[in-house]
Ligand binder design. Structure first.
Ligand code: SF4
Length: 142
């Protein structure tokens, strides 16, 4: 059973909005050892890759063109939670500052690079479900 759920982009998947990956060697090692389940809630919500970036504004997911993509994001979070609960994950290592995966710090919805206190939609859901949530910035490793 994988103990951890991890952001798929940290596992080297090219699932970010810009089509890039952000591999983290510690996360790769978790997967090699069979301890982590990689997921991308944005792709699970049916969003294309690449895609316009979005930020959270008043609880809504709004992309840089002004489109409200909240329904797709909520669908993606539900799909991801299904897999997390099926696998029995109890911890998370997620991509920092993402509007989906960020935990503790996110951007403020103005696309100006301004950081605020807050959680991404997936990270918040995992936290409320009782998982111990880290971002790669603050995770000390196992
Ligand atoms: Fe990575 Fe999460 Fe963004 Fe997917 S939603 S690209 S896993 S940060």
């Amino acid at each position: 059973m994988p103990e951890y759920v991890v952001s798929a982009c940290l596992a080297g998947c090219h699932c970010r909005y810009d089509g890039e990956a952000t591999p983290d060697e510690r996360v790769l090692q978790l997967i090699r050892e069979g301890k982590a389940l990689p997921l991308c809630p944005e792709q699970l919500g049916g969003l294309p890759t690449p895609r316009p970036p979005f930020e959270l504004l008043d609880g809504r997911a709004v992309d840089c063109n002004g489109n409200d993509i909240t329904p797709a994001m909520l669908r993606g979070v539900e799909e991801a939670m299904h897999l997390v609960q099926l696998a029995g994950c109890t911890k998370a290592v997620l991509k920092s500052r993402s509007p989906s995966c960020g935990f503790g710090t996110i951007y403020d919805g103005t696309f100006s690079g301004t950081r605020i206190t807050g959680n991404g939609l997936f990270a918040d859901r995992l936290h409320k479900a009782g998982l111990i949530v880290h971002t790669e910035d603050h995770w000390q490793g196992e």
